[in-house]
Design a binder for this molecule. Structure first.
Ligand code: NAD
Length: 455
């Protein structure tokens, strides 16, 4: 392992990844390989998660192609040293921020969007001129096999290394053998803590894209039909196994009944009377997750759905109400097709519920009032979110995507990915023709002049 990883170090130190031409060509290769294997990816994503081709395009393959296109379009500009102003004291120097690659980076992916969440950071790492080790999740094996093929067909092993294996074994093994220059991790909070701890021992900087309980507030003035449609779409997409899916609903008491009815109607319309046979509905990744989710069904009163089948890893889109606030379903991230509906009477009451799991990755507010919108955005701390929408903010590559506090460290997508994988090297260039005596000792008597220059 050590030797394998040292080869990446050698390739990086040989300045092979630095030029614009190299970065551009490699990104083009990645895009071509993804498109070449488009059918294989659809089959694999169906096999791992029962994703339809359409859902796979929007959330995985097409998402990635759009990210690569955006990066290719802007990369040349992003790479240029950025000129910044110089303060009075340092004139006539000129100041610049150079974007330097970090070196050899480790990217660790989860299973729920196995392609998107491993390769989108890779696009940023490649664009910024790094070498990368990719560690996919072992729980989406079909997609992992296609991703391996894409990487190994397209890139030399010294440039991008696809490291398969069980996370708990291979990651410590790699980190003991080698010092990475950055670790980009997407996954659960408990494993994120382990990664952070291992990285801290070697002072390796990290980006942590974690999870949490993302609340979705429906105010009394919300357009309920639209709200229900938009919430049902993203909550039950990928059978709820989405880091930014609404975890639970907080609906104003005054509109609770109407909203609940609308929501049930939408779920039925999208996924039919029997979602087990629906083209639009996915499956749970494995038995461990299935059992965890089925257990949640006892935490409240099921008002819609609830059917499940262990053999096909199927859990019906389920809405539950009357949930005690102390139950585990209101403490753990649900990460599946179970949607609790809670009610609130006042902003303070809803805020107190949200604060029980502070700093969520995402937050959604449905309201027609600008004032309410402002209050929710300003008074709740969260990674990112939407007004009158749910989850779609992450598909805009002009927005930074990431958590805060417990839901993560750092952000990426588009230019933010390039920055996440770059060191910002500050450079001041000072001409030699101007070298006033005042800068040098003796200093006695110059205080007033210094006070004028430095303030
Ligand atoms: P996970 O933490 O179990 O696994 C993620 C990765 O860590 C995998 O590659 C796995 O092999 C590795 N891993 C597992 N145990 C390890 C250990 N002991 N030591 C080192 N590495 C280990 O996460 P998951 O179940 O794949 O994904 C679900 C979680 O990820 C949810 O909490 C979800 O919210 C979060 N998530 C976050 C985002 C985001 O963008 N913020 C996106 C998707 C998922």
């Amino acid at each position: 392992m050590k030797e394998r990883l040292q080869q990446l170090r050698g390739f990086y130190e040989g300045y092979n990844t630095r030029s614009y031409q190299f970065r551009k060509q490699q990104l083009q290769k990645l895009k071509a390989a993804i498109l070449h294997h488009e059918e294989d990816l659809y089959e694999a994503l169906y096999s791992d998660l029962k994703k339809s081709r359409e859902e796979s395009w929007v959330t995985e393959v097409g998402f990635l192609v759009a990210e690569i296109n955006h990066t290719l379009k802007h990369l040349h500009r992003w790479m240029k040293p950025q000129k910044v102003r110089t303060n009075l004291m340092n004139l006539p120097s000129k100041s610049f921020v150079y974007k330097e690659p970090l070196g050899v980076v480790l990217i660790i992916g989860p299973w729920n969007y196995p392609l998107q969440l491993l390769f989108t950071p890779l696009v940023g790492a490649m664009a910024a001129g790094n070498c990368a080790v990719l560690k996919p999740s072992e729980f989406a094996p079909a997609t992992s096999a296609v991703m391996k093929l894409i990487i190994e067909e397209s890139f030399s092993k010294e440039y991008i290394f696809y490291a398969e294996g069980e996370g708990a074994t291979i990651i410590p093994q790699m980190m003991n053998a080698f010092r990475f220059d950055h670790i980009f991790y997407t996954g659960s909070i408990p494993v994120g803590k382990l990664i952070y701890e291992m990285a801290a021992k070697q002072l390796v900087p990290v980006t942590l894209e974690l999870g949490g309980k993302s609340p979705c507030v429906v105010e009394s003035d919300a357009k309920l039909t639209v709200a229900a449609k938009r919430i049902a779409l993203t909550k039950f997409s990928n059978a709820g196994q989405m880091c930014v899916a609404p975890d639970y609903i907080l609906v104003h008491q005054a509109v609770k009944e109407k909203f609940s009815e609308e929501l049930k109607r939408c779920v039925q319309q999208f996924f039919s009377e029997d979602p087990s046979g629906s083209y639009n509905y996915g499956k749970i990744i494995n038995e461990k997750q299935f059992n965890r989710l089925v257990n949640y069904l006892q935490h409240g009163r099921i008002v819609y759905g609830g059917k499940h089948n262990a053999a096909s890893l199927y859990i019906e889109p389920t809405i539950i109400e009357d949930i005690p606030i102390e139950s585990t379903i209101m403490e753990e991230e649900i990460f599946g097709p179970v949607l609790p509906i809670l009610t609130f009477h006042s902003f303070e009451e809803a805020k107190a519920i949200i604060e029980r799991n502070s700093n969520p990755l995402a937050f959604y507010i449905f309201t027609e009032s600008k004032e309410r919108e402002k209050r929710w955005i300003e008074k709740i701390s969260f990674g990112g979110g939407c007004v009158n929408n749910a989850s779609w903010h992450l598909t805009n590559f002009n927005l930074p995507f990431g958590g805060r506090g417990k839901s993560g460290i750092g952000a990426y997508h588009g230019k933010y990915s390039f920055d996440a994988f770059s060191h910002q090297k500050a450079i001041m260039k000072t001409p030699t023709w101007f070298d006033p005596k005042i800068k040098y000792p003796p200093f006695k008597g110059k205080l007033n002049l210094f006070k004028k220059l430095i303030r």
